[in-house]
Write a protein that binds this ligand. Sequence first.
Ligand SMILES: Cc1cc2nc3c(=O)[nH]c(=O)nc-3n(C[C@H](O)[C@H](O)[C@H](O)COP(=O)(O)OP(=O)(O)OC[C@H]3O[C@@H](n4cnc5c(N)ncnc54)[C@H](O)[C@@H]3O)c2cc1C
Length: 431
Amino acid sequence: MSGIALARNLTDAGYRVLVLEGRDRVGGRLNSTTTVAPGSHVDLGAMWIHDGIAGRNPLYDLVVSLGLKVSPRQDYGSIATFSYTGQRTNRSSFGRMFSSWYSQLQPALARLKGATPADNRSFGDVYGEWLAANTQFTAADRGQANMMMNTNYQSLLNGNVTQLSVARLGDAKSIPAVDVMLKDGFPALVDALVAKGGLDIRKNTVVTSVQQDGDGVIVATADGTNYTAPYVVMTQTLGTLKAGDIVFDPELPPEKLQAIEEMGFGVLDKALFVFDKPFWDTSVDFLLREMPDWSGRWSIFLNYHKLFGWPILAAIHVADTARELEKLTDEQVIGEGMAVLRQLYPGAPQPVQTAFTRWAAEPLSRGAYSYFAVGNPKNITRTLAQPHGRVLFAGEATSDKPATVLGAYLSGLREAERLRTLLGKPTGTSA
Ligand SMILES: Cc1cc2nc3c(=O)[nH]c(=O)nc-3n(C[C@H](O)[C@H](O)[C@H](O)COP(=O)(O)OP(=O)(O)OC[C@H]3O[C@@H](n4cnc5c(N)ncnc54)[C@H](O)[C@@H]3O)c2cc1C
């Protein structure tokens, strides 16, 4: 997203921009499938425009200006809840847990957040203490608490609860929020920006090293071709920066290397189960299952029928649980998922189609999106955004709104602006 936003902006202003894209498609973490159900565009990467409100979100406004259709708002309060073994949960017991959560845990988190920068504790530390202090909680209460913790924090932020910073809660994503989806999938946005024409994009071109001297930058690629330019903007993911997939010469400065190492980069995977017709409660947005532990394994199913009428359930897994599931075969994932769905809905049929993401295993992503880990200062994203000589940096993790498509988009515009200042008026051949 950030690279195409930058290229669109500078190309429209008359600068010459070359986009080197390692994959055979543009969009990066915006990807969707149209093959699982007739007429569907199911997002495999980002799916929600967070805070999709006209006039308050430039990404939402861009989407509308491009004529793309958005869904009704996702309703996070619209849930059907189940015990771990599949019985429908009594609404009043859920209500009790819900009020205990908001009257005790939320204020404790807010106090600790206010205590920054002294507080260096993980969400898991605080949550664990809260559970331990509430000795009156039954096993069912704990199951509901774990379900809420996983849904509202762990899955949203795509990091293990034991690594999420309490001090930074709310500095990336938070819910409840006004979230909408693109009816034709998030890649439609990038496609629309590319379709305006004039972008020079070289697909299947994997960058391996970036070498700069006083005059310019040489970018080497896996196929042996070298490209030279006065400036280069890196939009690779934080995951690939952590892995050192691209070699920088001269090396990145110590403070940037430290930020790359310390900022969290998580995993969020989707398991799509497509059926001939729905057998579940289609009036709710989510099916949620209580958990005896913090893993969130088969705890969240997003009901695509509610917003789009597609007979699809998407199970969402994050962090270590997602990494564990990525190691299973498709058949094993189907077996586990269907065993749980049949606990919730005995007699549920076999899916007619399935699709599973494995974002951690994708070499050009190595995960899903960034999160604030314990100890991260809020300005860690600014360190990640710092230019290194003639090498500039964009992408969600460099943005003040990390973890989001909006942040990626804004970071692309930010670096376009920086380049305009550095390059001066376009000559048609200067960048
Ligand atoms: C499963 C999932 C769910 C998400 N859900 C949401 C959501 O609901 N809402 C939201 O706002 N955000 C969500 N996000 C986050 C959002 O997708 C990202 O913040 C955003 O798309 C990142 O854009 P980017 O430009 O920073 O990076 P990318 O889109 O990852 O772009 C980086 C590009 O660099 C390319 N690349 C990498 N290495 C090389 C190399 N060596 N050589 C050449 N090219 C290379 C990649 O192929 C890619 O095209 C989600 C992400 C995932 C994965």
